[in-house]
Design a binder for this molecule. Structure first.
Ligand code: FES
Length: 161
């Protein structure tokens, strides 16, 4: 069974709250462009791109690729990070995964962008007047595919890859 926590442990053990958690000074995060942080046991990538901060789960929902090393490009009017492993495109703002495809029934077939929906969990970045930047973890209920690579099983799979 689970060992009982003493009253003292309970006081000291930080309860998961989702934050906001301080993640660094604005200048430092802007300069770094990509910053990796672990918040409440969750590995998060903080991105500064085009003057805007974004935060998302750090491992690609497809097979746990490290998004930290992905290029950022605009597709279909949306800024996306391209996973270095299999080039999946994940939109920075909502964690939506998009792909380009043709419909063979269309004559002539024209390539178009399609959405697979939200696959990557994104988090909220805020900053205050002192240049402190905070991340509040997503509280979207239910399963988002990138959750898998934040868990124990996903971690083992990532390490094998
Ligand atoms: Fe990211 Fe496959 S692991 S595209």
């Amino acid at each position: 069974g689970t060992p009982l926590l003493s009253f003292k442990d309970m006081e000291e053990k930080e309860q998961p709250t989702g934050g906001p958690h301080f993640v660094g000074k604005r200048d430092e995060l802007v300069q770094a462009k990509r910053s990796f942080r672990t918040l409440e046991g969750r590995d998060i990538l903080i991105i500064h791109h085009g003057g805007v901060f974004y935060a998302m789960d750090s491992y690609c929902y497809h097979a746990g690729g490290e998004l930290q090393n992905g290029d950022i490009e605009e597709f279909d009017g949306k800024l996306c990070i391209i996973c270095p492993n299999h080039k999946y495109k994940i939109c920075l703002a909502q964690g939506e995964s998009i792909y380009k495809s043709t419909n063979p029934k269309e004559k002539p077939p024209v390539p178009r962008w399609y959405s697979k929906g939200v696959k990557q969990r994104t988090h909220t970045v805020t900053e205050n007047n002192d240049g402190n930047v905070y991340v509040k973890l997503s509280d979207v209920a239910g399963w988002i595919e990138s959750d898998y690579f934040q868990g124990e099983k996903g971690k083992i799979e990532r390490e094998k890859a």
